[in-house]
Design a protein around this ligand. Structure first.
Ligand code: COA
Length: 167
């Protein structure tokens, strides 16, 4: 039986830390769906379409990884996708409490679905999407933290803002 895992997140934008987790998950499971959350309480900077498009391009070399969007409850989406595994990356002990809480809620709602934690790359434990957005907003260099596709998206956004006189 093929095992499909879901790697969910806001991915606003996807960072090298996320890529590392997706890559490692792709080696552990037959299929991996990177599930981009549609609306979160986070009011994402990039639109859902942009986040899905970026992640699709970034992960295009991984044959068993697909990128989809989802709304509503993650466990309902996992059931629809026929997946019994949710993958989450753990960067530091500070992630642990929140992640265990969410895993507990999800297990309560869907006892058949297991959450699997992958230890994120040690060298990027400080990294988060909001840190990348903040550096990019202040015109800092984020090339070490994100794929060139994300840099193109930031540049497009900046050019559009310039054009509209918002910078
Ligand atoms: N490398 C770098 N950064 C990482 C990382 C890694 N390996 N793992 C997590 N992060 C960062 C993210 O970039 C994000 O940073 P930000 O807050 O600065 O934007 C932060 O850690 C946490 O984000 P992430 O792990 O991506 O989670 P998320 O908040 O983006 O996604 C959902 C959470 C979408 C999975 C969750 O809210 C969800 O399942 N929503 C659906 C509704 C639901 O079912 N809720 C559960 C029941 S209450």
């Amino acid at each position: 039986m093929r095992v499909t895992a879901i790697y969910p997140g806001t991915f606003d934008p996807m960072t090298v830390g996320h890529i590392d987790v997706a890559r490692r998950a792709s080696k552990m499971f037959d299929d991996v769906i990177v599930a981009v959350a549609a609306s979160t309480s986070k009011s994402p900077f990039f639109s859902l379409e942009e986040r899905v498009e970026m992640a699709t391009g970034i992960l295009s070399d991984l044959d068993n990884v697909t990128v989809q969007s989802f709304g509503g409850l993650l466990v309902e989406y996992a059931k629809e996708a026929g997946s019994k595994v949710i993958v989450r990356g753990l960067r530091a002990i500070s992630d642990f409490e929140y992640e265990v809480q969410i895993a507990g809620v999800n297990r309560h709602m869907a006892p058949d679905i297991e959450t699997v934690f992958i230890a994120a790359a040690q060298e990027y434990t400080f990294l988060s999407s909001s840190i990348v957005r903040e550096i990019a907003r202040l015109h800092g260099d984020v090339s070490e933290f994100v794929h060139p596709i994300v840099i193109e998206s930031f540049t497009r956004r900046h050019d559009r803002a310039l054009h509209e006189g918002n910078v």
